[in-house]
Design a protein. Structure first.
Length: 283
């Protein structure tokens, strides 16, 4: 029996209907070559992370993430530079491609759902890269998640968060949840918005690389490997100063900045209505 998600957990909206129908595909030989290349890169990544430490490990991760994108047939185009120290990086979320692009562009400690820790190969790899695992089972765990993220920021880390909480197809977007922004306020850390757009080569935006709905990771991977060419555009936007701001204002500003690049607006949560107090009635 599956437990119902907590009220704060976003419910995925995008699904199979968002994905494009059958289009041009690479041949079986090229598909096999891409898959083999990814296996080689993943094996090298795991081996390197197991023996390397510090700056050497961080450099190896960047190299391997870029190599994984190239092996999958994805071209990364990056505008701007990720911060190197003490920053919260927030981005819209389309696919596992986003994660690789962030790792390839800089040293980032990613937030990940707790279940990722138990994934074969990828779980231990995520743990060794300093991932911050988030318990989404209920609101009770949320303060601890915010506190852990704030501590990581204070220590000088660059923490990457997808505040939509789930992946979207790119033609629609989700609300930027405010919890991560509270960590930036608590730590007094700048917030750097990042916008992702996936394109068919140099053409229009596409959902081909999106990882949405009931897709498995393998199914999403196969769609990407079969695509003739995909481009991941990553735009690093000016940092937002948390001084004198609150989490709601930071979330709104970040969502607006990202939407201005992608052309897809993010819903803005409305302020909670005040609870009316009972009015005493004269006897």
């Amino acid at each position: 029996m599956h437990r119902a998600p907590a009220a704060w957990v976003p419910v995925p909206v995008c699904g199979p209907a968002c994905l494009p129908g059958d289009g041009p595909r690479v041949g079986a030989a090229r598909f096999a070559a891409r898959l083999a290349g990814l296996v080689v890169v993943l094996t090298a990544t795991v081996a390197g992370v197991a023996v390397l430490r510090g700056r050497a490990r961080r450099g190896w991760l960047r190299t391997c993430a870029g190599a994984a994108l190239r092996a999958a047939g994805v071209r990364a185009v990056v505008s701007g530079r990720l911060p190197r120290h003490r920053a919260l990086v927030v981005a819209n979320h389309l696919s596992w491609i986003d994660v690789l692009a962030l790792f390839a562009a800089g040293t980032v400690r990613m937030q990940a759902k707790r279940e990722v820790r138990d994934w074969l190969v990828l779980g231990p790899l995520a743990a060794r890269t300093g991932a911050l695992f988030v318990d989404r089972s209920g609101l009770r765990a949320l303060p601890a998640t915010v506190a852990e993220t704030a501590d990581a920021l204070r220590s000088g880390a660059v923490v990457g968060v997808f505040p939509e909480g789930t992946t979207w197809c790119g033609a629609a977007a989700g609300t930027f949840r405010r919890a991560a922004f509270q960590a930036a306020v608590d730590a007094g850390t700048p917030v750097t918005p990042v916008a992702f757009v996936l394109r068919d080569g140099a053409g229009p935006a596409t959902a081909t690389g999106a990882f949405v709905g009931e897709q498995t990771l393998w199914g999403s991977l196969c769609r990407v490997l079969r695509a003739p060419a995909l481009t991941c555009e990553m735009t690093v936007l000016p940092a937002l100063d948390p001084t004198g701001s609150d989490r709601r204002a930071l979330a709104s500003a970040a969502a607006t900045a990202v939407g201005a690049v992608t052309g897809v607006p993010h819903p803005v949560p409305t302020a909670p209505r005040p609870v009316a107090r009972p009015v005493p009635v004269a006897a």
